[in-house]
Design a protein around this ligand. Structure first.
Ligand code: URP
Ligand code: ZN
Ligand code: ZN
Length: 456
């Protein structure tokens, strides 16, 4: 199978230039101008941008959360991702049975994803308790290609600070990257009880019970514990200006602290909780305009390293809306895997908030580097996988559930007008989406056995 993409504006995290890309046997073979390859299928990308396929390093396909299961599985979720210009996902495993090993969930997740995904995929491990056996299993997980593992500071399987410290020390020793969901559990628990006991259960109280200080405090604590353990640190789904300040300060002092934000924290605000608010119940919650603006600045100046989605969809009508009077009963999470690249291109690049190269860096190249799949992924150069996305900057789209492919009954971005949209998605040299039609196959996606990440 060979494919020649001609006359596109090729954009990487470092360069923008006009040219052709030739892909053979799933890999980029040659980049040049006026390439003429006999028998290759030709795509004319004149007037369009050709970028490395998007990498969403934070999804929750099939997540089991109490009585609910996230509604996209590894087939529907990766198909929707492909429609939106994402060619690799790294899914965060959910919790397994109490007391289970780290490897237990790796097995469960291969069962969910193998022969299902239409694009390449990997997993982050998850800690749900800590002892010597669990710590020694980190190395086994790395041998399975899982070189990043997540710690939660809230929910039922949260870790305590001494456990976090032990995990950070061990991960540092092995060269693995800890990812942390940072929220102060005790204060949130108290506020949740307080609001419910006061009869204040509507969705806005989900946000009020998880104030910015709870995220910022947990981030600053993680930064200090990582410093003590001399470990790098990756903060998932950063949502606040206050949290960002701590990350910026630590980076300025030379600490290796990386962070990820998500489109919802860049373009949606807390006022969403006032109308069909259960749609937006996710943790951390939506914040204020000043937080959105600070996060855009953080992306632009390099304080924030990546943009992922935390895609975790639940049906609004049947699952979220019934909890409208008691936010504590609502499954947490929202869809977004398909909307990420279009939103970042339109709201970021087209609105002049970030450059084209920064857009590629945060949506593809940096996640590839940090999570050990670079330069196979996240790059356009000879030898890299033929994962490319063609964006038509003149295509205007109004985001709506009607045009999206996620297995859920709403999008948090309904009505958002976009300028520019992915029109072709190529995964390992195969066109899997073209002008709204899907040509991919269940099981085409391969498991990515990840190496240690490159610390930026
Ligand atoms: O509300 C969210 N984000 N649900 C998914 C699990 C998590 O905390 O990332
Ligand atoms: Zn989380
Ligand atoms: Zn998550």
């Amino acid at each position: 199978m060979s494919l020649l993409i001609k006359n596109g504006t090729i954009v990487t995290s470092e360069q923008t230039f006009h040219g052709d890309i030739y892909i053979e046997d799933e890999k980029i073979k040659e980049i040049g101008s006026k390439l003429d390859i006999k028998d290759a299928e030709v795509i004319n990308a004149e007037g369009k941008y050709v970028i490395p396929g998007g990498i969403d390093a934070h999804t929750h396909f099939n997540l089991h959360a109490g009585a609910y299961t996230a509604s996209d599985d590894f087939y529907t979720g990766t198909k929707a991702a492909a429609y939106g210009g994402t060619t690799t996902i790294i899914d965060h495993m959910g919790f397994g049975p109490k007391g289970c090993s780290l490897k237990h969930q790796a097995g469960v997740y291969h069962g969910y994803a193998d022969n299902m995904a239409v694009i390449d995929y990997s997993f982050h491990g998850v800690f749900q308790w800590v002892n010597d056996d669990i710590l020694s299993e980190i190395e086994d997980m790395m041998k399975l290609g899982i070189t990043s593992l997540k710690i939660y500071l809230t929910y039922d399987f949260r870790l305590k600070d001494d456990e976090v410290y032990r995990v950070f020390k061990k991960m540092k020793e092995l060269g693995a990257l800890p990812a942390v969901h940072s929220e102060n559990h005790e204060i949130i628990s108290y506020l949740r009880d307080y609001y419910i006991k006061s009869g204040l259960g509507s969705p806005i109280y989900h946000a009020k019970s998880r104030p910015p200080e709870c995220e910022a405090e947990a981030i600053s604590r993680m930064i200090n514990i990582a410093s003590l353990a001399e470990s790098p640190l990756y903060i998932v789904h950063l949502s606040t200006k206050k949290g960002l300040k701590y990350i910026k300060m630590a980076k300025e002092e030379g600490q290796r602290v990386y962070s990820e934000t998500c489109p919802q924290y860049l373009v949606l605000e807390e006022n969403k909780y006032l109308n069909e608010g259960a749609k937006y119940i996710m943790s951390p919650p939506l914040r204020k305009k000043e937080d959105n603006e600070a996060l855009w600045t953080g992306l632009k100046d390099g304080t924030i390293s990546t943009v992922a989605t935390d895609h975790c969809p639940f049906f609004y009508e049947s699952e979220k809306k019934p909890a409208e009077n008691d936010f504590t009963k609502c499954p947490n999470g929202a869809p977004g895997v398909e909307e990420r690249i279009p939103i970042m291109f339109s709201e970021g690049v087209m609105k002049g908030r970030i450059s084209l190269n920064k857009f590629v860096e945060v949506t593809s190249t940096n996640p590839a580097k940090l999570f050990g799949i670079y330069p196979k992924k996240g790059e356009i150069k000879a030898g890299s996988d033929g994962d490319l996305v063609i964006i038509d900057p003149s295509k205007e789209v109004t985001l709506s559930k009607k045009i999206l492919h996620e297995n859920v009954d709403y999008t948090p971005y309904e009505g958002l007008k976009l300028k520019g949209y992915p029109v072709i998605t190529i995964a390992r040299g195969k066109v899997i989406v073209k002008e709204g039609l899907f040509y991919g196959n269940k099981g085409y996606g391969k498991y990515l056995n990840r190496s240690k990440g490159i610390l930026l």
